[in-house]
Write a protein that binds this ligand. Sequence first.
Ligand SMILES: Cc1cc2nc3c(=O)[nH]c(=O)nc-3n(C[C@H](O)[C@H](O)[C@H](O)COP(=O)(O)OP(=O)(O)OC[C@H]3O[C@@H](n4cnc5c(N)ncnc54)[C@H](O)[C@@H]3O)c2cc1C
Length: 472
Amino acid sequence: MEHYNLVVIGSGPAGRRAAIQAAKLGKSVLVVENRLRLGGVSVHTGTIPSKTLRETVLNLSGWRERGFYGLAYRVKKDIEGKDLGARLRMTLDYEIEVLEHQFARNGVRTFGGMARFTDANHITVIDHAGDDHAFSFDFAVIAVGTAPYRPANIPFNDHSVLDSDSLVTEPRVPRSLTVVGAGVIGMEYATIFSALDVPVTLIEPKENYLDFIDREIIEEFTHDLRKRGMTIRLGAKVDRVELDEQGWAIAILTDGRRVRSDMLLYAAGRVGATANLGLDACGVVPDDRGRLKVDPATFQTQIPNIYAAGDVIGFPSLASTSMEQGRIAALHAFGAAMPPAPQFFPYGIYAVPEISTIGLTEQQVRAAGTPYECGVARFRETSRGHIMGLQSGMMKMIFALDTRKLLGVHIVGEGATELIHIGQAVLNLGGTLDYFVENTFNYPTLAEAYKIAALDAWNRMPRTTPIAPLAE
Ligand SMILES: Cc1cc2nc3c(=O)[nH]c(=O)nc-3n(C[C@H](O)[C@H](O)[C@H](O)COP(=O)(O)OP(=O)(O)OC[C@H]3O[C@@H](n4cnc5c(N)ncnc54)[C@H](O)[C@@H]3O)c2cc1C
């Protein structure tokens, strides 16, 4: 039986980073992946395909140019599913190649098949031909991710009623789209298709959505979506979905209303992919959604030599955070030094328009009773915004009144997920409002919004210096 210092189950962002980190510490590492190709949900059905689809839609539809050339402007007329699929496959192939090369370079062994535990130091893997292979290990990292939640009252057929996996398998542009679930995934796809001028209805059982985002940013975002004609039905619960004689989906809501569309995307939750892992055999206990509980500092499960990282442990369920969790798990397993984790990480929502945020929301600051001041900048106040023809987009910054420290940055609009990293650096380094006021920013850039928002807050902050900044 082959023995490894570390066995990693799943080759998504968490598994990949855990494996590479352990290999860099000189350990023998085996990665088991049940898909035919490496990369996990992130590469095959999650992060990479959705972002590629988004980029393709924005490019082909001429979305970014419409501010100047009008709503009817298109780079390509009659955008079809095959236009979306072609770029998707190219990006996917490239991502997998990079990953395979990274594993090979670092001496990480990979094995294709479904892994299950036989005890706390052994797994068996059923390969794609149906044969069993046993391996022993000192440590394991469970990085099996999640799968879309598919309730029985939804007649999934992968053509008119889909989940986020089947949506990207053979993408098509529907005549109309209903999205059930206004979480990150639902919101991203709803707005991507809306950018293609597909009529979209979004259905969400709660009265608000994306409730971890600052409310002012959500108000701006919602205004943008309604202006584009998207129908947003909050507080509306789907009772069941039926198909009509044309094969169109009819969502029947609990209040009796019906929403008919060519395509329905069910994006209301995901479950941990732990059902077939044989967890009873190793002593790790999942919750009722298949998720695993870990020590948040070390990522150890209840069984000390078995770690879990990535989406399988729940919030925040991001590729970015999954990578970091995998790395920390490997460092801890092999007793390597772990620098303290930064206090805040950024959150990116690749809707159209993008949202990105770091630190505390105004609601959180207020709840904590911290005296604060906000500064706001609109992208149309920047020269770069004019050049780009931006009609919307805003940045909001929150500062502590007493220490002047930055507490949070919240952005909606073009480039939000890139811009946020300036705020991240200042926030995690404990910087203050004065950093933004005193430093020179490239001109013309959207990043100037930082200076404008900081000056906006400065106007209302207690004066600490006799030298006033130049008014913008
Ligand atoms: C539509 C969508 C869009 C997203 N967009 C973003 C984004 O823009 N930015 C971002 O940061 N995050 C995004 N995410 C989230 C991101 O994809 C996940 O956070 C990330 O993929 C989680 O990584 P992971 O390492 O937990 O494993 P995953 O990527 O989930 O991969 C786990 C792998 O393990 C395999 N596996 C499962 N069980 C076994 C077993 N028993 N044996 C062997 N292999 C097994 C699975 O088949 C899978 O390939 C998105 C997700 C979705 C669905």
